[in-house]
Design a protein around this ligand. Structure first.
Ligand SMILES: [Zn+2]
Ligand SMILES: [Zn+2]
Length: 143
């Protein structure tokens, strides 16, 4: 069977938010799509942009997709709450502000890693691993 996804280069926000069970890689097993899903069943007629045979599954990445789903739900909760305010409305500025907030939180956490004296004292060898980990969650600082 094949693991499939609608984003380029791996699982993305569609896999994070659709009702299908996720394979260990965070993609969807083509033989196990949810009837509720309007993205992954062949009857939906949507383009799959990433995938691999189940036997080639890297079997990691599902946690990232689950975490992404959590961020998207939290983001929607902010929008929903704003819309309940008498003067609240669905504004693009609000969406940009939330995305900026998310990037700022990632950047904060990455900087905590990069600037940790405790990690730095651990050994320089490990510090380069830690910095690579920080770059992974905060890619915009890589020039
Ligand atoms: Zn799905
Ligand atoms: Zn897979």
């Amino acid at each position: 069977m094949t693991h499939i996804g609608r984003s380029f280069g791996g699982p993305g926000h569609i896999e994070a938010t659709c009702p299908c069970d996720l394979a260990p890689c965070g993609l969807v097993d083509a033989g196990n799509v949810s009837d509720e899903c309007d993205q992954h069943p062949t009857t939906a007629g949507k383009t799959m942009r990433t995938g691999h045979a189940a036997e080639d599954c890297p079997e990691m990445g599902r946690d990232v997709v689950v975490a992404l789903a959590k961020v998207l739900r939290a983001r929607q909760a902010i929008v929903d709450a704003a819309c309940e305010e008498p003067e609240g409305f669905h504004s693009l500025a609000l969406l940009d502000a939330i995305d900026d907030y998310g990037r700022a939180v990632s950047h904060l956490n990455a900087e905590r890693i990069r600037n940790s004296k405790r990690l730095r004292d651990y050994t320089d060898d490990h510090m380069s691993d830690c910095n690579e980990a920080a770059d992974e969650i905060d890619p915009e600082v890589i020039a």
